[in-house]
Design a protein around this ligand. Structure first.
Ligand code: GLY
Length: 362
């Protein structure tokens, strides 16, 4: 794949830098030289070991030797049991507090690897090298690390920033189309919550090419970073990144736990969540009918639709009520006033959520 020769400017956060394309590798080399790590360990899963590690190693010459730790691929392995394996392997490799963990993979690898690093010997440094679109525009940026607790996503974790995030869209060459679309849902979300013209640009893209994606990923990361910088620990404004996730997460968990429905990728579930929460926005926060329709048609055109019966909706609402983002027993939504502008902490009656499912299915 030939990329335009333009250089994407690095994005500097208050505590680390996000580097793009060729500059990413040059920055990593300089960082390794500066830090003189006792050991470098690369964490991969089965997939990224086979498809991404060769490209990564072709871009960078390590002056010291490195070790590889592989975990099984998939969300079902985002558990404390997998962390135990990685902690043990780090220990067997005699990793110490001056060792570096490089997380090369999608959101599971960067979230789990970040958590393992933030807790091993009370914390070692780590670098994220996201290889999926979802991890590039969301998971690897912003310091959230963690694992799932049974079926509940990301219940155990820390907010610990990577020392550096390296974004190389060439990894997307080998990513299946549905995974690309999954990450794209988070980018559409960035437009909906913060940038109307970005939303319009994304929804009118037509075919998604990797050349387009280069600049768009940069734009999405810049939006996410702006929000995280304002509120790193999610006491306030960072909650807006959860638009579509209150119901979307519950739908994702529901589908994972029931054999009669297909499992949805994260972005596919939050695409449904954004239609539902778009409906709630039109009822409670002034989102116009025209913009609501635009949201529904955009997500319907790009993502699989799911049939929800009464029982499934009841279970989804139950799952939503037990989500970790609730406080004082209340479910709080982020809703849109208009495309590009949103509002946090909106309480919603169950009856309106049922109406939203009717709107989704209509
Ligand atoms: N994925 C939402 C956040 O990082 O806050």
């Amino acid at each position: 794949m030939l990329y335009l020769a333009h250089k994407m400017k690095s994005i500097q956060t208050p505590s680390y830098a996000i580097h793009f394309n060729a500059l990413a590798y040059a920055s990593l080399v300089a960082y390794l030289k500066e830090n003189n790590f006792s050991k470098i360990i690369i964490l991969v899963d089965e997939n990224t070991h086979e498809h991404c590690l060769p490209h990564f190693l072709s871009q960078i010459q390590f002056e010291t030797s490195f070790e590889i730790i592989e975990i099984p691929q998939g969300e079902v392995h985002k558990t404390i049991a997998t962390c135990m394996e990685v902690w043990r392997s780090l220990s067997d490799l005699s990793a110490d507090r001056k060792s570096l963990l490089i997380n090369l993979g999608g959101g599971v690898v960067t979230d789990l690897g970040g958590f393992v690093a933030s807790t091993f010997k009370r914390g070692i440094k780590f670098v994220n090298v996201p290889t999926s679109l979802l991890a590039m525009v969301d998971a690897s940026v912003g310091g959230k690390t963690g694992v799932d607790l049974d079926l509940s996503k990301n219940q155990i974790g820390t907010i610990t920033f990577a020392d550096m995030v390296l974004i190389d869209p060439e990894f997307l060459d080998t990513l299946p189309k549905n995974e690309l679309r999954s990450g794209f849902a988070e980018m559409l979300k960035h437009g909906l919550i913060r940038d109307q013209s970005y939303w319009s640009k994304l929804r009118n893209l037509g075919a998604l090419t990797l050349n387009d994606l280069d600049g768009l990923i940069h734009h999405s990361v810049a939006i996410k970073n702006e929000v995280v910088t304002e509120d790193p620990t999610e006491m306030g404004i960072r909650k807006i990144l959860n638009f579509g996730h209150t119901l979307g997460h519950a739908i994702e968990t529901y589908c994972l736990d029931h054999d009669h429905v297909s499992t949805l990728l994260h972005g596919e579930a939050i695409a449904i969540g954004m239609i539902l929460e778009g409906y709630l926005s039109s009822k409670l926060c002034g989102l116009s009918q025209e913009e609501l329709k635009q949201i529904k048609t955009t997500f319907y055109a790009m993502y699989p639709s799911v049939v929800f019966n009464k029982q499934s909706i009841k279970e989804i609402i139950g799952l939503m009520q037990s989500d970790k983002k609730n406080s004082h027993g209340r479910v709080n939504f982020v809703l849109l006033n208009s495309i590009g502008q949103c509002q946090m902490d909106v309480a919603v009656d169950e009856a309106l959520i049922l109406e939203a499912f009717e709107y989704y299915s209509a």
